[in-house]
Design a protein. Structure first.
Length: 345
């Protein structure tokens, strides 16, 4: 009897707790509506003030029209880009939690705890390994293919379209296809079995030694087409007279490539290395779709670690701190890469 009576009481307690959570959610929704209304008013104030300011400056008609067209985009940037950026910076110095709505400034504790966290350090190592492993291969493949296509191979347009196809395909779609490709009964293992080559056990994405390498191979394949088009455009801008003059001097194709082509491509190489490094440090959709950071967290990267902190544990302060650590890391990489490549140039 006591047990039978305790069950309804437990259900009533659970129901009351759920109602409290729903009430808190409704209150939070009201606050968010108030915030939305507030920022709409801010946007309108920016537009009105900007219009009044431009009219009082008595600008020429053409310049005035230009500013009128630019002003809405400036307002959108301030409200939807600059404000979230500054707001997340403030949150990174707090212990804000979405579930409890608790907010208090905590100084640099989020940054210090993040840098001490062994899981973050592992994610940092995986991210750096991903960037260091993919950027050089992507660069070599895209430059090599661009040079071959530029030489005038048959079906040139078909090759360009084929290599560019992964670029216009969603990353989620590509990652899903490669998940089947890497599965135990997938096409890759079928090829290896046919050729008599041993395959990893278990499958590629379940093996902690091969999971990250498999995702890196997919990333190189899917991104090379975009950089190939960039290098192909850069190759077409090199004057043909340089090759003709070198040919008269007795230079062969290999000498022309290293003495004319590569030096002429250095500005584009600098751009591709920096952009590709930044993209590699932000790798997330592939990890989220294919492995969810596994197996045994062997594919957890910084952005996936950020996702877990922010949207699984709801520690927005820690997640914001991780985001700014990643931003600083990308700035440092870009700075040193540009400095080194410019000195070599």
């Amino acid at each position: 009897m006591l047990q039978n009576e305790s069950i309804p009481q437990a259900l009533e307690g659970t129901s009351s707790q759920l109602s409290k959570i729903l009430n808190q959610t409704q209150k939070k929704g009201t606050i968010s509506d108030e915030h939305l209304t507030f920022w709409i008013l801010v946007f309108l104030v920016i537009l009105v003030f900007g219009f009044w300011f431009l009219r009082n400056r008595k600008l020429p008609v053409g310049e005035f029209s230009t500013w009128i067209l630019v002003l809405p985009w400036v307002g959108l940037f301030l409200v939807f880009s600059l404000y979230p950026l500054l707001y997340s910076l403030v949150i990174s110095f707090s212990d804000y939690n979405v579930l409890t709505s608790h907010f208090s400034l905590s100084g640099f504790s989020n940054y210090i705890e993040t840098l001490k966290d062994s899981e973050f350090l592992k994610a940092l190592g995986h991210t750096l390994f991903f960037a260091i492993g993919t950027v050089p291969f992507t660069l070599v493949i895209s430059v090599g293919l661009a040079a071959l296509i530029h030489q005038g191979v048959p079906w040139k347009s078909l090759f360009q379209a084929g290599f560019f196809l992964p670029v216009v395909t969603s990353v989620i779609v590509i990652a899903t296809l490669f998940t089947f490709f890497y599965s135990e009964s997938g096409f890759l293992n079928f090829i290896l079995t046919t050729l008599g080559i041993p395959k990893p056990n278990p499958a590629w994405l379940i093996n902690r030694n091969w999971a990250l390498l498999s995702i890196m191979a997919m990333a190189v394949w899917s991104s090379s087409g975009y950089y190939l088009i960039l290098f192909l455009a850069a190759l077409q801008s090199i004057p043909a007279s340089l090759y003709e003059a070198s040919r008269l001097d007795g230079a062969n194709g290999l000498q022309q490539f290293f003495k004319i082509t590569l030096p002429s491509l250095k500005p584009m190489i600098l751009f591709v290395v920096v952009i590709n490094t930044i993209n590699s440090l932000q790798v997330f959709p592939e990890i989220f779709t294919m492995t969810k950071g596994g197996p045994a967290r062997s594919t957890t990267t910084i952005v996936y670690y950020l996702y877990e902190k922010g949207f699984s544990e709801f520690q927005m302060g820690t997640a914001s701190a991780v985001a700014y650590i990643l931003a600083l890391l990308m700035c440092l990489f870009a700075y040193f890469q540009m400095k080194v490549l410019r000195e070599k140039s």
